[in-house]
Design a protein. Structure first.
Length: 282
């Protein structure tokens, strides 16, 4: 009979010679939260940093964050000034320590949005604005690349949306609020293509509306996965059959919060995992 000490020694030796795997502490966790007809994307880094992009009007947003162990938010982004993207942020600010808020200076406002800005001021939260040069914000091993902001678009607040490329080593995610083709065309003419081409994961703009995504932008981004945030049986018909067909024709897999609930992705910086399937980053 082999002594237990020898068995333990053999197991340790085997462990040290197994192929290296990404430890949990090396992973970035990305949750496209199911907040109904709205947006909320949560990202947590291995260094304990937290990014929240939008917080739609769901009454569950605080509970969703608490269930994931969030205690503070290092960067909160308001993609644009529409309620389905900021309607839950006042609850978030009252429930968590929010350290920085990124928001545009676009003039579109409502009484509710003005109240949110007043709360941000009263909580003495640092406010950042995108500019015409762009900027990069660092959250541990994650870089949040903020697109240069186009001149204010007075006709449609969707086209004042902030563009973000979130990068964890080789894995990239594109988040562009409710941006529409006029803004996409401006980006293709005025910013570096490196900011938007060949992203692994595309958060489909404007909840899968026909005026949120067209073939030119999809071809440029060339994603491996499309995520759509929309409410079940919403009155807008999002996502539309046109957008779904466009994605299928391009062989882009689709995940939808209205059908799938919260969509959770894990990145180790070299690959990303969804539904226990591993996909290599580009």
């Amino acid at each position: 009979m082999i002594p237990r000490s020898v068995i333990v020694w053999l197991l340790l030796l085997l462990a040290f010679h197994l192929p290296a795997r990404c430890h949990a502490s090396d992973n970035v966790l990305i949750d496209f939260l199911d907040v109904g007809q709205g947006d909320a994307t949560l990202l947590r880094t291995p260094e304990g940093k937290t990014l929240l992009v939008d917080a739609g009007p769901s009454g569950r947003i605080v509970e969703d964050l608490q269930q994931r162990g969030v205690t503070a938010i290092d960067l909160m982004v308001i993609s644009h000034h529409h309620l389905d993207h900021y309607g839950g942020m006042d609850d978030v600010i009252r429930s968590f320590e929010v350290r920085n808020v990124l928001v545009s200076n676009a003039p579109h406002s409502t009484r509710r949005f003005t109240s949110l800005l007043r709360l941000i001021r009263d909580k003495d939260i640092r406010v950042l604005n995108p500019d015409d040069q762009g900027r990069t914000l660092t959250l541990g091993s994650v870089k949040v690349i903020v697109f240069p902001q186009r001149p204010t678009y007075f006709g449609n607040e969707n086209n004042n949306s902030i563009g973000l490329r979130v990068v964890h080593r080789n894995v990239s995610i594109l988040l562009t609020g409710d941006s529409e083709p006029p803004l996409h065309r401006w980006w293709t003419l005025h910013i570096s293509p490196a900011l938007y081409v060949n992203c692994d994961i595309l958060k489909v703009p404007h909840h899968g509306s026909t005026n949120g995504l067209n073939g030119e932008w999809l071809d440029a981004v060339n994603p491996q996965l499309a995520v759509i945030s929309a409410g079940r049986r919403n009155r807008y018909g999002h996502p539309t059959s046109v957008v779904l067909s466009m994605l299928r024709d391009a062989d882009v897999p689709i995940k939808r919060t209205d059908n799938d609930g919260t969509v959770s992705i894990v990145s180790d910086g070299r690959s990303w995992r969804l539904d226990d399937k591993v996909h290599l980053a580009r």
